[in-house]
Write a protein that binds this ligand. Structure first.
Ligand SMILES: Nc1ncnc2c1ncn2[C@@H]1O[C@H](COP(=O)(O)OP(=O)(O)OP(=O)(O)O)[C@@H](O)[C@H]1O
Length: 251
C-alpha cells in the first residue's frame, strides 16, 4: 500500500464567525501530484494556510508523515503565488533560495557551507543552478516560479504545497513546469497544488479533489467524469462549455 504523506481528517475552520471549511478529509500519497480545485471563495487558500499552521482549525487534524502541529508545518514546503513576492528586492537567486532556511537557522545565524550546498542542490533540482548569482529582478515568470520551488525544496520537505503555480504563465512554460512537477514526483516528493486551470489539472494530476467549503468529490481524473459534481461545485449549468472541455458530459 502507498504511504500517506499528508492526512487531513474532519477539518473544520471558522473565520469571523463564518464556517469556511466543513469536514474536509484529504489524503496525499508519496510521489503523488494532487490538484485541489474549486471556484473563487471555495476555501483553497484557507485550507493551505491552515496546513501551514497560520489558521487554527476549530476541529479536525492535519498530519504530515505522522507528525502534527508545528512539526507537520515544518515538513511542508510552501510555494506562494508569484505576485506575493517582492521581485524588485535587490538580492540574488541564491539569496532568495537560502531564505527558505530562515525558520531553521533563526534570523541571526548566517548560512554556512552545508546550507549553501543545500541551496545549490535545490537550484539543480529545478534546473536553475547557473542562475544562482543573477539578481531576482531579471528573471522571467517561469524562472521565478522555479526558484520559489527551489526555496521550498531547500528544507527537503515531505510535500510541496503550491498556490496557483500556473497563473500568468504561457503554454510552453506551463508545460516545462509540469515536466518539473512530474520529475519531482518521480523522485518521491508529493505535490499538492491549487489551480484554476481545470483542464490542465485533469491532464497532469494523478489525483484531484473538488472543494466548495467541503470536499465535493475526489478521485483520479478518469473517475471525475460525472457532470453533476462539476455543476454543483462550480455552479455552472449543464450547457456550460466547461463540461465539454473537461470531458464531463452525460453519455
Ligand atoms: N480572514 C478572514 N475572515 C473572514 N472570512 C475570510 C477570511 N479570509 C477568507 N475569508 C472568506 O473565506 C472564504 C474562502 O476564501 P479563500 O481565500 O480561502 O478562497 P479561495 O478558494 O482561495 O478563493 P480564490 O480562488 O478566489 O483565491 C471566502 O468567502 C472569503 O471571503
Amino acid at each position: 500500500m502507498s504511504e500517506v504523506v499528508l492526512d487531513i481528517r474532519d477539518l473544520k475552520v471558522v473565520l469571523s464567525g463564518r464556517q469556511i471549511l466543513t469536514d474536509v478529509n484529504l489524503q496525499v500519497e508519496k510521489g503523488q501530484l494532487f490538484g485541489l480545485l474549486g471556484p473563487n471563495g471555495a476555501g483553497k487558500t484557507t485550507l493551505l494556510r491552515t496546513m501551514m499552521g497560520l489558521i487554527k482549525p476549530v476541529a479536525g487534524t492535519i498530519s504530515v508523515q505522522g507528525q502534527s502541529g508545528a512539526k507537520a508545518a515544518d515538513l511542508l514546503g510552501y510555494v506562494p503565488q508569484r505576485q506575493d513576492v517582492a521581485w524588485d528586492f535587490p538580492i540574488s537567486v541564491a539569496q532568495l533560495v537560502v531564505s527558505g532556511l530562515t525558520r531553521r537557522l533563526g534570523y541571526f545565524r548566517h548560512p554556512r557551507l552545508p546550507h549553501w550546498q543545500a541551496v545549490y542542490q535545490a537550484l539543480e533540482r529545478v534546473q536553475m543552478r547557473e542562475f544562482a548569482d543573477r539578481p531576482i529582478q531579471e528573471l522571467s515568470g517561469g524562472q521565478r516560479q522555479r526558484i520559489l520551488i527551489a526555496r521550498a525544496l531547500v528544507t527537503d520537505p515531505a510535500i510541496l504545497v503550491l498556490d496557483e503555480p500556473f497563473t500568468g504563465l504561457d503554454m510552453p512554460t506551463q508545460e516545462l513546469l509540469t515536466l518539473l512537477f512530474q520529475k519531482l514526483a518521480s523522485e518521491g516528493t508529493s505535490l499538492l497544488m491549487t489551480t484554476h486551470d481545470l483542464t490542465h489539472a485533469l491532464v497532469t494530476c494523478d489525483q484531484v479533489a473538488l472543494l466548495r467549503g467541503q470536499i465535493t468529490a475526489t478521485g483520479t481524473p478518469a473517475q471525475l467524469k460525472d457532470p453533476q459534481v462539476w455543476m454543483d461545485t462550480f455552479q455552472v449549468s449543464e450547457k456550460s462549455p466547461l463540461l465539454a472541455q473537461l470531458g464531463a458530459v452525460k453519455c
